[in-house]
Design a binder for this molecule. Sequence first.
Ligand code: SF4
Length: 417
Amino acid sequence: MRAIPAVRNLPAMASVFASNPHMLYVKPSLTRFMCSYMNKFKVRKAGHNLILHSHLPPLNSKAYSRFVDLHLISRTAGPSHAQISVTNLCPQNCSYCYNKGRDGKVIDTDTIIHVATELKEMGMVWFGITGGEPLLNRNIIKIVEAVSEDCAVKLFTTGCALTRDRAAGLRDAGLFSVSVSLDHWDEKVHDSVRGYRGAFREALKAIEVFKELGDTDVGISAVLSRDMIRSGGTEQFLKFLEGLGISEAWLSEVKPSAGIVRDDRCVITEEDRLKLVRLQDGYNASGKMTVNYLGHFEGKECFGCNAANKMVYVDAFGEVSPCVFTPMSFGNVHELDITALFAKMKSCFPSDSKCFINKNYRLFGRHSNGKKVLGPEESLRLMDEVEFGERAAFFKLYYDREDSDGIGPVGRYKSEA
Ligand code: SF4
């Protein structure tokens, strides 16, 4: 039997184990994997929450306990992570926006809460609220309140339309983490990327408002261009971010989802990805702020592409997609329930180690028929052309002989058990 690697965050991890004795039922290979993954990050405290990084629920939360139970022990077929766009309205105009120009019948608050509740029954333990600018949904506090009891709720915002009262309302409703969009240290560059004068200042103001209130974990999310990654700009950016006194820099690269960035010249290579992983690891070994690079979490050495596997996205018009960056719909929650839609979508997506959109973006132009989001038929036609590769390290351990067809889920949805 192989040894479990030394635990970096010993006191925090000991208390997590003490409050989750059912962790002993996790497959030893998954436990070893999780310990080794967690060793890369320093556990931090925000209010009463112990946080590894904001892509996982706080380690001492009910949501994390459900994650262990549903996803590490039962290995349920449902998603662990979901994002819902609570409005498509946004004052900004980012060149890389994956939601720009979408339309349809807007999902109302009751539908959002109904879908989120069903997602929780399926296994959702982490819920990302996105947009558009989510703060333009006047019922956002009600949505957070409805979901947060045993599910970690995170907000992605530009910071526009934030007031101290709304920030306090979100915190009191149970929001555990907020990422304010910030793409560059230079005000002019950030405003120009976002097509909005004042974006930089509003972002910094929102960060300060959340920080002053306390309890909510405050970070930024940045979309890095390939040029920035290659020119060393990320390093300079991280130094700037450290000066802001935030807890986390959530980094991703520009994804070729739509518009002018669906272009070979914008897509990063494996070498670029590994450069960011090294930067993240080096920073986390010594820095004061957590660097959480999505391409590491979703890399072949970790959890791989979670699209339609452990992740689902519902846009502001109810279209259901594998993730926020994949402009394809497998149906609409106005017409079908999310459990059926997710199952249909998941049957097309064996777990893969590589980012689906980075790998397959060229197919979208061919199948879109000029639409911003491929409809269900076009999506299925596109999927016929997709070749999937090997699974990421975690899912090689996760899906075992019970999953002999190589694509299906190992468990049933919790609600069916
Ligand atoms: S397609 Fe890319 S961005 Fe979307 S879940 Fe997969 S790895 Fe993440």
